[in-house]
Design a protein around this ligand. Structure first.
Ligand code: NAP
Length: 422
């Protein structure tokens, strides 16, 4: 029996699915000891810091992650930063294979004037702010103007627009960060535009998310019927199933009678952002449209136009992704998830993606190195192990119980470490 030591860098969906694929590839001849290394004191990646808190069902995948982590051949090393506390090269020396699963955490830039004004933020900053990510507690999110604009026609833009346009008391029974619920309750925002640079037939929203919108209890959702009708004509008869499903869902929204709620979310199509106006802070967005330039006055702009991977020393990057061939990087280094293929697909997409890379990895393995593991490299770090994480998890769930929430997330690292008894 050969026992291979594998390091997975990043405790998000792609990392857990890579671990699961390895567990499934173990047999009478080979077994895998998996060490998962995570920069934050908490695992679960986007499931904790990305998924919208009003979508709790999506987060139930964390049960799968915990089952994977319950294997005796799995260890968590959280609160350890690869690239700072240990290097990729050190891990490559110790382990039979190293898998990068660090996702794409940086927001793509619009590259237009005014983008750096106060009140112009990327979803890559705003989303972790409302999701209690320790690095984003202090983000400046001015919510004092009446109008906000969200740029992008994908599901992240939709999540952000919904979070801004919901009646904030709807977030009380969720695990939204307390600081975000407080700020959203004080917010003056009543109108949220979500702008797409192309027509409805090209939008990257998915239809389940669109079909949810008319069910919002306290928010008017507006799409112009003329926009959808024109898109249906442009798309023609032979349109793809997903596009048809999206257009059907959009037609339902467009035909849904406008409510009399105080809060409104309105979709703008064929609006290409040209400039963000303002001197000290955001005052509006200028768009070019088929009918000429249009200015929308607003005090907050959130761009949700995609992500790119953050670099780690020792890993080659190009176009916001790790340079790879089907997940192979070089030597015994591999990559899975968004860091491999870019920021696309739902959480489940990472399962088949990671499984395919793990098959390649296993086919590359020779004999085990038996060269030790990360514990020999960490001398001063406070490591959050799986047992510590379970204590944090239990403390957060217990704090949520009296408030009718799934959990109250702790945002400060010190508080998280205290829960773990560290
Ligand atoms: P996305 O689906 O790729 O959408 C990005 C959007 O940004 C596109 O509409 C794109 O328009 C637009 N865009 C790009 N550059 C632009 C620019 N310079 N100016 C204006 N618009 C620009 O990305 P995402 O929303 O970040 O989502 C990432 C992945 O996570 C997706 O696969 C998504 O489905 C998934 N996700 C799923 C859920 C869920 O299942 N509930 C929730 C969140 C995210 P063009 O098409 O014109 O380039």
């Amino acid at each position: 029996m050969s026992r291979f030591n594998i390091a997975i860098v990043g405790a998000g969906p792609a990392g857990y699915f890579a671990a699961q694929a390895l567990q499934n590839l173990a047999n009478d001849e080979r077994t895998f000891s998996i060490d998962m290394i995570e920069r934050l004191p908490t695992p679960w990646g986007l499931v904790r810091s990305g998924v919208a808190p009003d979508h709790p069902k999506i987060k139930t995948v964390s049960k799968v992650f915990e089952k994977i982590a319950s294997s005796e051949n799995f260890r968590l090393f959280a609160n350890v930063e690869v690239g700072a506390d240990v290097t990729v090269a050190q891990l490559q020396e110790k382990y039979d294979a190293v898998i990068i699963a660090t996702g794409s955490s940086l927001g793509k830039k619009l590259g237009i004037p005014g983008e750096d004004l106060r009140g112009s933020l990327s979803a890559a900053v705003f989303v972790p702010w409302y999701n209690a990510h320790p690095d984003f507690v202090g983000v400046d999110t001015p919510l004092d103007a009446e109008t906000a604009v969200v740029i992008g026609a994908g599901n992240v833009a939709m999540d952000v627009a919904r979070m801004l346009a919901l009646e904030p008391s709807e977030l009380d029974p969720t695990d939204t960060a307390d600081h975000a619920i407080d700020a959203l309750k004080k917010s003056n925002i009543r109108k949220v535009y979500i702008s797409a640079r192309r027509g409805p037939e090209h939008a990257a929203f998915t239809s389940p998310e669109l079909r949810e919108l008319p069910k919002l209890e306290h928010t008017n959702v507006i799409m112009k019927k003329a926009d959808i009708d024109a898109a249906i004509v442009r798309a023609g008869e032979a349109l793809e199933k997903d596009v048809k499903s999206n257009l059907d869902a959009m037609l339902l929204i467009a035909e849904n009678p406008k409510g009399e709620h105080e809060r409104t979310m309105e979709f703008l199509f064929q609006h290409t952002p040209k400039e963000i106006l303002g001197t000290d802070r955001v005052e509006g967005v200028v768009y070019s449209t088929p009918n000429g330039d249009v200015t929308i006055k607003c005090g907050l702009v959130i761009s949700a136009i995609g992500y790119q991977a953050q670099g780690i020393e020792g890993v080659p990057y190009e176009n916001g992704k790790v340079v790879n061939s089907d997940g192979r990087v070089h030597d015994n280094l591999y990559v899975v998830g968004w860091a491999k293929r870019g920021p696309s697909g739902v959480i489940g997409t990472n399962k088949s993606d990671a499984a395919a890379v793990m098959e390649l990895l296993v086919s590359d393995l020779g004999s085990p190195k038996n060269a030790g593991d990360i514990s020999e490299l960490l001398t001063h770090q406070i490591v959050v192990t799986q047992e510590h994480w379970q204590k944090i998890n239990e403390a957060e769930i217990a704090a949520g119980e009296p408030k009718g929430k799934p959990r109250v997330k702790s945002v400060e690292r010190t508080e998280l470490l205290n829960h773990a008894g560290l």
